[in-house]
Write a protein that binds this ligand. Structure first.
Ligand code: C5P
Length: 224
């Protein structure tokens, strides 16, 4: 019975991968399907939230009832869109798998094959969530972490460094977790060091679990 509990709360949710162009026909990307972010957007709308979904390229249909649907390709475009809407929202959930690096030079013409090896120089992309953490005012900031080694310690470090309120940790080594699946297995880490382990569940149900925690958090800190 949580229909409407997020009424009029403003959400900014990011989803999907980014695409970093190399030349007119090639790009660097990752395996993100966007399912987790789209599920979060759908459930937040269902519970009364006003949702801006900022998405990289996916095969998914946007949920009905979005306040805004902004499609982007590169990390840089996502950065711009997120920053533009940050001041007006109450909650940011960064479920997108943003590329950490992009090709330093975009080749205007399709690169020809010559020789056996080829080097593409990469430059660091802006860390959007870090920037949000630095500029945080009233917003609740939720991040995701996908790790293969030292998962909990890395996620805890990220939580503090990026000034997040909590972080959802996908352990990529577990069956039924992570990219492109319909299910996920996560731990939720809090600033006080608490770690909550959730069982394997559908991303749609996990979305509700995450939103339940956002609701509790808002209540606790009089942000409702
Ligand atoms: O540091 P790492 O990339 O593992 O952190 C993951 C979290 O940071 C995710 O919530 C992701 O959406 C966000 N992120 C970001 N901008 C980047 C890289 C990651 O917002 N350039």
């Amino acid at each position: 019975g949580k229909d409407g509990d997020l009424k009029d709360k403003k959400f900014l949710i990011t989803a999907g991968p980014t695409r970093e162009p190399i030349d007119p026909v090639r790009f660097i990307t990752n395996h993100s399907s966007g399912k987790m972010g789209y599920a979060l957007a759908e459930r937040a709308i269902h519970r009364g939230g006003e949702v801006i979904l900022i998405s990289g390229p996916t095969n998914l249909d946007p949920p009905l009832g979005l306040y805004k649907y902004i499609q982007v390709e590169t990390a840089q475009e996502m950065f711009k869109a997120v920053m533009q809407h940050y001041p007006e929202v109450d909650v940011v959930i960064k479920a997108a798998a943003v590329a950490d690096f992009s090709p330093k030079h975009f080749e205007a013409e399709k690169i020809k094959k010559h020789g056996f090896n080829m080097i593409i120089e990469l430059k660091k992309n802006p860390d959007i969530l870090q920037e949000l953490g630095n500029k945080k005012q009233h917003q609740i900031l939720v991040g995701f972490a996908a790790e293969t080694t030292n998962a909990a310690a890395n996620a805890q470090d990220k939580l503090i460094r990026k000034n997040l309120d909590f972080i959802i940790l996908n352990d990529l080594t577990q069956e039924g977790a992570g990219f492109a699946k319909d299910t996920n297995i996560v731990k939720i880490l809090y600033r006080d060091g608490r770690i909550e382990e959730l069982p394997k569940m559908l991303k749609k149900d996990l979305a509700d679990e995450i939103l339940d925690r956002v609701f509790l958090y808002m209540e606790q800190y009089q942000k409702l």
